[in-house]
Design a protein around this ligand. Sequence first.
Ligand code: ADP
Ligand code: ZN
Length: 214
Amino acid sequence: MRVVLLGPPGSGKGTHGKRLCESLGVPLIATGDILRQAIADGTALGKSAQEHVKSGRLVPDETVLGLVETRLRLTDAQRGFILDGFPRTVAQAEGLKSLLGEVRMDRVVNLVVPTEVVVARLKDRWLCGSCGAIYNMSTAPPKVAGVCDRCGGGLKQRSDDEPETVRKRLEVYARETAPLVAYYEREGLLRNVDGSGRASDVYAAIERAIGKAA
Ligand code: ADP
Ligand code: ZN
């Protein structure tokens, strides 16, 4: 199964993507995670991406396409994959299409969430530094403040979740990424899913959208 998760920052792509890939047995390929890891490791990719990510702007298409191409060649991606945060521009979508060649995407799921809701979610979002689990201090807090329920790791906030940068990311989303909704609609791949409800309801709707019974 080859699925793209589309939607603004904070729409739940990471949360639902993690669950979906476990259930489908395919890797979750999240370009934002790969870039943050590269930045933390201080690699050449990380150095070139750093300023873009920090300011909430997009990393250049060629850079992202290169890293996705490399990732898709690994054996675990041959049976399928979930893409989270990629493609983010029409040029990236075209690049993905040519990378895949004969192979077609099965579905593009667009998580629809109002701007006020994503802004509120990102403000209170905390992540586990060890396992990547996502918490929300107002709606889904950990049992012990600052500690991951799953692995005991320490929780931290993403530096680009600060309000000024969130505004920038939403602006970039509206301008660069939102056109992909019409793009994938034309390709006949798009399914809109209301991403604003309870996580379990949203997840069930995503399963229906990709044609996998819960
Ligand atoms: P979110 O979807 O919550 O904004 P991501 O983790 O997907 O967060 O992305 C974080 C940042 O990484 C983006 O703001 C951007 O700078 C960079 N990034 C991630 N994916 C891409 C991509 N496909 N193209 C360009 N930049 C990207
Ligand atoms: Zn954890």
